[in-house]
Ligand binder design. Structure first.
Ligand code: NAD
Length: 324
């Protein structure tokens, strides 16, 4: 009886200590860390949940994808190689490239450098690339060519770069074969802005797109497409998350965004990135500056309040910066 009593006390103490240790690991009181700010709302039934502790989203393919990554559009070879290396060093685990950027090989070199230095393993990094429209007639060869240029034996996510009704179904079917062959883990689409156009591909193929990558930022929040793709468990990824080159100052100097930045003691870029994540958008800001890359990853220590999220929602203008 006595021993049982002692055991119960020891067990309670252990549980108490374990609880304290867990609390110590969680974010400090002053910087509330939302567990799942992007929990699907009634409108977004089926939309994948964002896990802020793991910093990942589980795709409808079953694979976990980091919610924040580095974009490499318009980066030269040396910029892409260095930026990928700096990004992995800073904590990023998602890299976005494309055949048309001409820097897949450089991205592969940046990855290799980080792997060789023991910063990451290949398996810890999520690589996305895109099939260019002129390759849609022979998607199988395009997949092999991307694998070769990246210097990897599988690609985490390959997406079709643009809607092209003449042969994008054909290209998507090649992506499906790539999944079956173990060359691709997940597949998806980019630049489909009309629900019907997205459905055209979905209806003609069998693997539901894991992701849709569209221009998305505070002035073009992609609400309609997000609601539409939720039924397939497809997640939205934002390109031009900061507005894109030449447009970033417009967003950075927006009075709502700069006031929120001031309130949190962070930059406008960090507010926008944090907004994407809390809104349930995978975010891939592009940069060739090590300082900006580090800044862009440093968004885990603060959170936008519900009111600030509502203020950001109100910035919607249905205004795209790009015309492609
Ligand atoms: P972006 O919105 O990420 O903006 C990039 C610009 O912001 C650059 O000029 C960069 O110098 C600047 N910047 C980055 N961080 C900053 C910071 N902390 N402070 C100040 N300035 C900062 O635009 P992007 O790079 O074109 O888009 C993101 C990624 O999306 C691309 O790199 C690419 O991978 C992808 N993308 C895809 C498509 C598509 O058609 N699917 C099109 C464009 C881009």
């Amino acid at each position: 009886m006595k021993t049982k009593g002692m055991l119960a006390i020891v067990l309670s103490l252990c549980l108490l200590l374990a609880g304290c240790a867990q609390n110590q690991n969680s974010a400090p009181q002053s910087s509330p860390e939302p567990k799942n700010t992007a929990a699907p709302s009634a409108d977004l039934k089926g939309y994948p949940a964002f896990d802020f502790e793991q910093k990942t989203v589980t795709l409808n393919s079953g694979h976990a994808m980091p919610m924040l990554g580095l974009g490499t559009y318009a980066l030269s070879d040396s910029e892409a190689e260095n930026s990928v290396y700096w990004a992995l060093k800073a904590g990023f685990r998602l890299i976005d490239t494309a055949k048309i950027y001409g820097n897949e090989a450089a991205v592969g070199r940046g990855l290799k450098r980080a792997v060789n230095e023991g910063i990451v393993t290949r398996e810890e990094v999520f690589i996305t690339t895109k099939m260019w429209t002129s390759d849609y007639h022979d998607g199988d060869a395009a997949i092999d060519a991307s694998l070769e240029r990246l210097g990897v034996d599988y690609i985490d996510l390959m997406i079709l770069h643009h809607s092209q009704p003449a042969d994008d179904v054909n290209a998507y079917q090649a992506l499906e074969r790539g999944v079956k062959a173990g060359k691709l883990r997940s597949i998806g689409l980019s630049n489909y802005y009309e629900p019907d156009d997205f459905d055209r591909v979905v209806k003609a193929t069998s693997i539901k797109p894991a992701l849709l990558q569209n221009e998305t930022h505070p002035y073009h929040q992609s609400g309609e497409m997000k609601k539409h793709i939720a039924q397939y468990g497809t997640v939205l990824e934002s390109w031009f998350p900061l507005g894109g080159r030449g447009n970033t100052q417009t967003l950075f100097n927006d009075s709502t965004i700069s006031q929120i930045a001031k309130a949190h003691g962070v930059s406008s870029a960090q507010v926008i990135i944090r907004w994407h994540l809390q809104a349930g958008n995978i975010c891939i800001p592009g940069s060739s500056s090590e300082r900006h890359i580090q800044e862009n990853y440093n968004v885990w220590q603060f959170a936008l309040t519900e009111e600030e999220m509502a203020q950001m929602s109100n910035l919607e203008r249905d205004e795209r910066f790009a015309n492609f």
